[in-house]
Each structure stands twice: as structure tokens, then as C-alpha cells.
Design a protein around this ligand. Structure first.
Ligand code: HEC
Length: 158
């Protein structure tokens, strides 16, 4: 009984990660993580499968400049997700990616820890143009009970 519940929970977690990935990340990284134009792939990326803290930090605060992925150098601008996605949403997306390409699941607690540790670091800014972000206030409210990150577009400074 307990085992069944846990399994159901886990698969819901990963399904949700897939939906969130498609909504927020696939426009740049491709539906299957294959990369698009100047945006690097998430497939075969040691950033995805490697150190969870390094991965969480990059997603929370964004990344701009030179980055090497699978032997290629990219110079783009990865938006910061800290004001857009809450701990649970980021954990679901990253667990989904790692379930495809390797690395263990990432928990909302790990995201919360890194969020706290890196809160004073500069970020690249949230994805520009909140209107293009289909995540409505209702969605973020229902997902982000009591979480600092669940502000949706309210956190976008432009
Ligand atoms: C507006 C386009 C854009 C969106 C949307 C976006 N990224 Fe990125 N991402 C980038 C770019 C560009 C880089 C490389 C940054 C650089 O060149 O300095 C990157 C780098 C990364 C990297 C590290 C390098 C790699 O390829 O493994 C990860 C991991 C990543 N993004 C995950 C995500 C996740 C998860 C989401 C959704 C929450 C997301 N990205 C949404 C553009 C985007």
C-alpha cells in the first residue's frame, strides 16, 4: 500500500516535470533536449547529469557567457528561474531530465537549500516578456503554496 502510493507519487512527479519542461524550457532547448540553434542541448550534458548543486544554481540564477556542452562552446543567455518556478517545479523538471539522461532525482529540499545559499548572487534576470510566459497566476498559486518562488510574473523586474 505504502509502496504503491510512493510509486504513484514518483511517476506523477516525473510526468509533471515533463509538462513543465515543455512549457518553460523546450522553446530553447528543444522538445527532446536536443538543443536549438545557439541554445545548447541538455542531452549528453554533464551540467544535467553532474553535481546537483551546480545544476540547481544554474537554473535558479541563469548563466551567461561561455559554456561548454558536449564538446561545443556556447555563448548565450540562460534566463534565471528563481522568480518564476518554485522549488517543487524546478525539482520536477530536473528529475525528469536526469531520469532521461542520468543522475539521481532532485528533491524540492535540495532546490530550497541552493535557493537560500545563492540568493545574494547576481542573476541573468527572468525570461524577458512575461506575457510570453503562459504560466498564469492561478497555476503558480496552486503549485507554489507558501513558497517564495511561486510568484509567476510578479517576480519579473521588467
Ligand atoms: C530563452 C532561452 C532559454 C530557455 C527558455 C531556457 N534555457 Fe537553459 N540555456 C539557455 C542558454 C543560451 C544556455 C547556455 C548559456 C551560455 O551560453 O552561457 C542554457 C544553459 C542551460 C543549461 C546548462 C548547459 C546545458 O546545455 O546543459 C541547463 C542545464 C539549462 N540551460 C537548463 C534549462 C532548463 C531546465 C530550462 C527551463 C526551466 C531552461 N534551461 C530554459 C537558454 C535557455
Amino acid at each position: 500500500m505504502i509502496l504503491l502510493c510512493t510509486l504513484a507519487d514518483l511517476s506523477a512527479h516525473s510526468e509533471n516535470g515533463k509538462a513543465l519542461y515543455r512549457e518553460h524550457c523546450s522553446s530553447c532547448h528543444g522538445l527532446n533536449g536536443e538543443g536549438l540553434g545557439s541554445n545548447p542541448p541538455l542531452k549528453n550534458s554533464s551540467w544535467v547529469t553532474g553535481d546537483p548543486q551546480r545544476l540547481i544554481r544554474l537554473v535558479l540564477n541563469g548563466y551567461s557567457g561561455r559554456i561548454e556542452v558536449d564538446g561545443e562552446i556556447y555563448r548565450g543567455n540562460m534566463p534565471a528561474w528563481r522568480t518564476v518556478l518554485n522549488d517543487k517545479e524546478i525539482a520536477s523538471i530536473l528529475s525528469y531530465l536526469r531520469s532521461n539522461w542520468g543522475g539521481g532525482p532532485i528533491t524540492p529540499q535540495e532546490v530550497a537549500t541552493v535557493r537560500g545559499k545563492t540568493k545574494n548572487e547576481p542573476t541573468t534576470g527572468a525570461i524577458s516578456g512575461c506575457r510570453g510566459n503562459r504560466m498564469g497566476a492561478m497555476h503558480s498559486r496552486s503549485m507554489g503554496r507558501g513558497m517564495r518562488g511561486g510568484m509567476g510574473c510578479g517576480g519579473c523586474g521588467q
